[in-house]
Ligand binder design. Structure first.
Ligand SMILES: Cc1cc2nc3c(=O)[nH]c(=O)nc-3n(C[C@H](O)[C@H](O)[C@H](O)COP(=O)(O)OP(=O)(O)OC[C@H]3O[C@@H](n4cnc5c(N)ncnc54)[C@H](O)[C@@H]3O)c2cc1C
Length: 483
């Protein structure tokens, strides 16, 4: 085992959150080491399967990135602009628009550009380094251990470790037991997802319910994608990203109810076959990135993103939006602000959790505070079968109300509306009552996060309230994809 130079900041994981955290920490004056298991040309590759992702990101998040790095992003890394996202009901008769203008990324190009920003900012980068855990002394994280390219065991020491290892992080999982950052999360809060990138010869016919060059399409359908959804995201030219995500528990229930034995891959392949518009789909395997599967966490972010000498950003901190599973935006935002806060703490000579706490506050304000409410909405959605989804998307919400919900804004749904629905002879009154309950819970959770604790001392009470509220929602709504 060899021990090398000490650094102010070590960033583990050179995905989007990691490269940005490293760049911003270095720009803030810190000496920074960035390590990742990939070769440099494969930077940001999540697994042997590639850079597995739907690659859709909101324009506002790219704006945030450009403003904070001073770097302009354009083609090829922004592969295709879209006018927004459309979520379709299982019978394809209702469409909810959300998210506004966005982009499909060429992910390998995007990740390589972020790494260049980090390197130009003065970051020392070591590729092909496998991290196996944090170093800890007296409840303070003091560095990382791992293996370099030749298999040599190494440790690197630092004042702060930033965990950007993604959903399978071996740092957060091996933190000393503590009440601030949980080491594990509930398996029901993880989506198994996979996708293809295809090129097609031509369209058999136009049908914007299945493919729309201007919009990213989401297909809600609990038989095809139990507890998740299928997607068809346009890329430039005749290319398309087609994928699907499921909740494991919902899939098991669905298989049992239908007497099937589908797994994620068979569901994806069936989904591709049921899209009638494409002629001659062929794998588009640039960078060996045409086919892959991986997991996305879909709950509120870790209640605290910091511990003594430790910070986290992106999927390692469970940041993707619980409804859409969109994790690119939060990875960009958290990477940037986490890097800035680490440099400030190093300069102040205090890397205690108390002094890192302002990162919790800023992330909560910029993005995090709506996520617990959206988690409650996700749990409600997973309790609805196709027939209720079809009916509810037609009758329960206007397009504007639905669009508000996907960004965590709370529509005014009231008991008065419920009575109106009953008078109109509406079916599924229970599902509508459950929606009113959910919206009320979302509001409560938003209010709790508006008062995010200003110091670690106030944190335990906050956390137990949040956990209690979410448990109550999980108790009320069980996954019921076929029901
Ligand atoms: C199928 C799928 C579809 C998705 N679609 C979308 C979408 O359309 N829009 C959207 O916004 N989000 C989407 N997401 C989520 C999004 O891809 C993630 O939120 C995002 O990649 C998070 O970035 P990150 O930097 O936090 O982590 P990652 O991208 O996971 O990067 C982690 C890095 O750490 C490295 N690493 C991990 N462990 C080790 C180790 N032990 N040692 C060394 N290096 C290690 C990895 O190789 C990788 O380079 C999707 C995810 C999946 C799986």
């Amino acid at each position: 085992m060899t021990s090398s130079n000490d650094y102010d900041v070590i960033v583990a994981g050179a995905g989007m959150s990691g490269s940005l955290a490293a760049a911003m920490a270095a720009r803030g004056g810190a000496s920074v080491l960035l390590v990742d298991r990939n070769k440099e040309e494969s930077v940001g590759k999540k697994t042997v399967w590639g850079w597995t992702c739907g690659d859709a990101v909101a324009g506002s998040h790219i704006d945030f990135l450009q403003k904070n790095t001073g770097v302009t992003f354009s083609h090829p890394e922004l592969d295709q602009q879209v006018a927004g996202v459309l979520a379709l009901s299982p019978d394809l008769s209702s469409k909810y628009p959300f998210d506004g203008v966005g982009y499909s990324l060429d992910r390998p190009e995007f990740e390589r550009k972020l790494l260049q920003i980090a390197k130009k900012s003065g970051v020392e980068y070591i590729p092909e380094f496998e991290v196996d855990g944090p170093l800890a002394e007296n409840n303070v994280i003091t560095g990382i251990s791992g293996r370099s390219k030749g298999g040599e065991k190494k440790i690197f020491k630092s004042k702060i470790v930033i965990d950007c290892l993604g959903v399978s992080t071996v740092i957060r999982r091996k933190l000393p037991e503590n009440p601030y950052v949980d080491r594990t999360i509930d398996i029901d809060d993880i989506e198994s997802t996979g996708r293809y990138i295809f090129e097609f010869e031509s369209l058999d016919h136009e049908d914007e319910r299945y493919y729309d060059r201007k919009y990213a399409l989401i297909h809600l359908n609990n038989e095809i994608a139990p507890g998740g959804y299928g997607w068809v995201f346009p890329r430039s030219g005749n290319r398309v990203n087609i994928g699907l995500g499921v909740q494991k528990r919902s899939l098991d229930i669905r298989n049992k109810a239908l007497g099937k034995s589908d797994n994620l891959q068979s569901l994806i392949d069936n989904y591709v076959k049921m899209l009638p518009v494409f002629k001659d789909l062929k794998l588009y395997d640039k960078d060996g990135n045409g086919k892959g599967s991986w997991s996305v966490p879909v709950r509120r972010q870790m209640e605290s993103l910091v511990f003594n000498g430790y910070m986290g950003a992106g999927d390692s901190m469970v940041m993707p939006n619980p409804i859409s599973a969109g994790g690119i935006g939060p990875a960009l935002i958290s990477g940037i602000i986490c890097g800035k806060h680490s440099a400030r703490a190093v300069q102040e000579g205090d890397v205690s959790m108390k002094n890192l706490w302002s990162y919790n506050l800023e992330y909560n304000e910029l993005y995090g505070k709506k996520m617990a409410g959206m988690e409650a909405f996700r749990i409600y959605l997973q309790s609805l079968n196709n027939s209720i989804l079809n009916y509810g998307m037609k009758s329960f919400l206007t397009n504007e109300e639905a669009s508000d919900l996907t960004v965590g804004l709370i529509p005014e749904l009231s008991m008065a509306q419920k009575f109106k629905m009953i008078l109109k002879g509406a079916r599924n009154i229970t599902a509508f009552s459950n929606l009113i309950y959910t919206v009320k819970k979302m509001k409560e959770l938003n209010d709790i996060y508006e008062k995010y604790p200003k110091t670690p001392e106030e944190f335990p009470k906050f956390k137990s309230t949040v956990v209690h509220e979410i448990e109550e929602v999980k108790e009320r709504f069980k996954p019921n994809p076929i029901g």
